[in-house]
Design a protein around this ligand. Structure first.
Ligand code: ZN
Ligand code: ZN
Length: 155
């Protein structure tokens, strides 16, 4: 089930975290880019442009809090910490398909935990991150038409 912005705000409230203007701005920004991972440095820039008095430390503290509450998911790419809005709050152990052309992230609905436990029956699993890479259908179409009409590449 996709987490809506309102549900994320409810989670904050349940944990008695004040809904500050800064937190709302951060959540809206993540919500607007919900199917892409964003570098935390990019988020830090965005926040500090809007709130010049906000310290890096406060931005990263807020990001950590959102991660603890399960509102965002984290990954590391080329040593960069990246986060995205949680796609499935009820199943935080889902996997992702990531398009290598546009970066769009698609949630895998299959219950991967069950499948993995079948292979590792006696193991305790603490963390899992499953990422499948390829080209999404929209990009396949775009790339195909670009190949047929090379001039349309520079639009
Ligand atoms: Zn996800
Ligand atoms: Zn794509």
């Amino acid at each position: 089930m996709q987490l809506t912005l309102q549900q994320a705000l409810d989670v904050l409230q349940q944990h008695r975290l004040k809904l500050t203007h800064q937190r709302l701005t951060l959540l809206s920004y993540l919500n607007d880019h919900r199917d892409h991972y964003l570098n935390t440095t990019q988020i830090d820039d965005y926040m500090r442009q809007r709130f010049p008095n906000m310290s890096h430390n406060t931005v990263y503290k807020n990001i950590r809090k959102l991660k603890q509450l399960g509102i965002v998911e984290e990954r590391f790419a080329d040593n960069h910490q990246q986060i995205k809005y949680q796609c499935d709050f009820t199943n935080p152990l889902h996997g992702h398909f990531i398009c290598q052309n546009c970066g769009k992230v698609t949630e895998l609905k299959t219950n991967l935990t069950e499948l993995i436990q079948r292979d590792l029956p006696d193991y305790q699993i603490n963390h899992q991150q499953i990422e499948i890479y390829g080209i999404c259908p929209e990009c396949q179409k775009k790339l195909k038409s670009a190949n047929n009409h090379p001039s349309s590449l520079t639009n």
